[in-house]
Design a binder for this molecule. Structure first.
Ligand code: ADP
Ligand code: ASP
Ligand code: MG
Length: 592
């Protein structure tokens, strides 16, 4: 019999009426001949209310007790859902994470799923029950209750669909699918009918709150098609699957991470291993770092800037101070009033001028870009928080994301999953479900780096630089712009194909002169090392492993960029081969 997982988010179970409505939907699916597993979130704003309650008795509540408390929200809603189904005359049974056997690691508030028991659920389903699973929770080895992080019920749902080899995984929510950006912020946003795992993973981790990003990791790893749809209607929503709607689109979505904070460490010795001392302490606290930009100034000192979630700024600063005590630095600055605006698209890897368009649109609106990082499929800029929503709307408009695609889209049809099932079961043997997996490590020795230093901190500079570069037909790969130092100047570096270096330097020199930048330097001999896999940013340790492997071999990092599917570092060309070997060794245990 086909098996279907239906997940209902907080707003879809916010009232008794809504619970009954969800119950009817599940019953209907069962009557249509499916076994049904429901995954339910806490009602409405329950989780927020519980957090507030905790804050009233303790400003820094112990994480274990927080999970004990937060898990109760879902326990209420599963029990009510089971009662609702009984009242409609059907069989149902509710289960907490512990009762199912959702085993996690012990990192409270952001626990990762290690394994899920299926026997109890299977037995109950075979007895004709609708099984109602509490989302967002599990237990660790010592039977402590853990939670998966805000929005984690999505991850429970997709993980259950994976282990049960469900035929469908439906996510019922208060929007009718995935939009080109948050429709609450940009009303012109358009619903997409289908989006690829990689794009969704990137969008979710860059702030598209419609799906918990780790749920997409599960989808990708275990090949679970995810259907995001409205709990208010029967209209089909958005399919999240391997094949995107339009793989050629330069930009297919935009996202905003509103609550970011920036940290800059100025004047640290530019020798291998210094940033490692800092980042490993941050990773030890399980804080995810993004937009890492490092630039080497005069006299062999470097500045490193990066962003962390705003609510983890204090903990991150504590980690940074510890690291700085060991390696020494001229100073630490931070700013908790910033936000990150990003565009994502598979097609940008093959097109020129995408970054330039984004920078130009922001410049025309007078929005200052404080930092830039890119990867193959995304461009992120850091801006002032009070300008971020405007920035999002502007880039959404610039890439015409509100317009329906003109070319017809092939409807998505499920593949036969017979062989996949065996493959997935084999992949599940002996691993923890959310463990890091790396599929590839690559060396690219065919690029060169151009760096413009002393770039004034004013709107429109990046736009002018890349306007000229794009006009010259140069294909830019990585772009990083550091945060301006105390003297108010930033450094802008980018990589280009070797054969375009001469032209790029020429263009850069002209622009630098017209904008009164300090100087242009370049290196024809760089090596770009890339590690690709699943969930690289949410596994805080990946960048650290790379830094450590390279620093142990005395290799210095020139540029870094990260995405959910890939981390790239640029090193001296002469060290490319050696770096590659180091990385292969460092990741040998997680290569698949
Ligand atoms: P649930 O409680 O069902 O899990 P969430 O509030 O977590 O629902 O997620 C749904 C919300 O996500 C929507 O109301 C919408 O405002 C927001 N959202 C953010 N980005 C997007 C996007 N790209 N597409 C659709 N919704 C988005
Ligand atoms: N109730 C949890 C939260 O609000 C989990 C979820 O809804 O996905 O974050
Ligand atoms: Mg949610």
């Amino acid at each position: 019999m086909p098996l279907i997982v239906q997940k209902f988010g907080g707003s879809s179970v916010a009232t008794p009426e809504k619970i009954l409505k969800a119950a009817r939907r599940a019953i209907r699916a069962q009557q249509e001949g499916n076994q049904v597993v429901m995954v339910v979130s806490a009602m409405g704003d329950t989780t927020d209310d519980l957090l507030e309650l905790a804050a009233q008795v303790n400003e820094r509540p112990p994480a274990r007790e927080m999970d004990m408390l937060l898990s109760t929200g879902e326990q209420i809603s599963v029990a009510l859902m089971a009662m609702a189904i009984h009242s409609l005359g059907n069989k149902a049974i509710s289960l907490t994470g512990a009762q199912i056997g959702v085993k996690t690691d012990a990192s409270y508030r952001k626990a990762r799923i290690k394994s899920i028991e299926t026997s109890r659920m299977r037995k109950l389903l075979d007895e004709g029950n609708i099984v109602i699973a509490a989302g967002f929770q599990g237990i660790d080895e010592d039977f402590n209750i853990t939670t998966l992080g805000r929005g984690g019920s999505d991850t429970t749902a997709v993980a259950l669909a994976a282990v049960l080899r469900a035929d469908a995984c439906e996510i019922y929510t208060d929007v009718d699918g995935v939009y080109t950006t948050d429709p609450r912020v940009v009303p012109e946003a358009r619903r997409v009918s289908r989006i690829g795992y990689d794009e969704m993973l990137e969008l979710a981790s860059l702030g598209a709150g419609v799906m918990h990003s780790r749920s997409i990791e599960f989808g990708k790893k275990f090949d679970v098609p995810i259907h995001v749809r409205s709990s208010f209607t029967d209209q089909p929503g958005t399919m999240i699957v391997a094949e995107p709607e339009r793989p050629d689109m330069a930009v297919s979505g935009a996202a905003i991470t509103k609550d970011e904070a920036r940290i800059t460490v100025e004047g640290i010795p530019d020798v291998p291993g210094t940033s490692l001392e800092i980042f490993k302490r941050i990773a030890d606290r399980n804080i995810s770092v993004d937009m890492i930009v490092q630039n080497v100034g005069e006299s062999g000192k470097a500045d490193v800037s990066f962003t962390v979630p705003r609510n983890e700024l204090d903990a991150a600063l504590e980690a940074v101070r510890e690291g700085v005590r060991i390696v020494g630095a001229a100073g630490i600055t931070s700013d908790d009033s910033v936000a990150k605006v990003s565009v994502v698209g598979l097609g940008m890897a093959r097109q020129t001028g995408v970054a330039e368009r984004m920078f130009r649109a922001l410049a025309a609106a007078g929005i200052n870009i404080q930092m830039i990082t890119t990867s193959e499929i995304k461009i992120s800029v850091l801006v002032r928080r009070d300008e971020a929503q405007k920035a999002l709307r502007i880039v959404h408009q610039e890439f015409e994301l509100d317009k329906e695609p003109t070319t017809p889209i092939e409807p998505w049809t499920p593949k036969s999953s017979q062989s996949d099932a065996a493959d997935v079961i084999a992949r599940l043997q002996g691993i923890n479900m959310e463990d890091l997996t790396i599929d590839d490590i690559q060396l690219d020795s065919k690029q060169s780096r151009v760096t413009i230093s002393g770039v004034p901190d004013a709107p429109g500079i990046a736009a002018k630089v890349f306007e000229q570069v794009a006009a010259g037909g140069v294909f830019v790969d990585m772009i990083v712009q550091s945060h301006p130092t105390s003297s108010g100047e930033a450094t802008l570096s980018f990589t280009v194909p070797d054969e375009q270096l001469v032209k790029s330097v020429e263009v850069a020199k002209q622009v630098a002169k017209s904008l009164a930048c300090k100087e242009v330097t370049s290196s024809p001999a760089i090596a770009k090392l890339s590690v690709s896999g699943v969930g690289l940013r949410t596994h805080t340790g990946v960048a650290i492993r790379m830094f450590k492997a390279l620093s142990d071999a005395g290799i210095n990092l020139e540029m870094i960029n990260t995405s959910e599917v890939r981390v790239n570092v640029v090193v001296d060309g002469a060290a490319g081969e050696r770096g590659m070997k180091q990385l292969q060794q460092a990741f040998s245990d997680v290569m698949r």
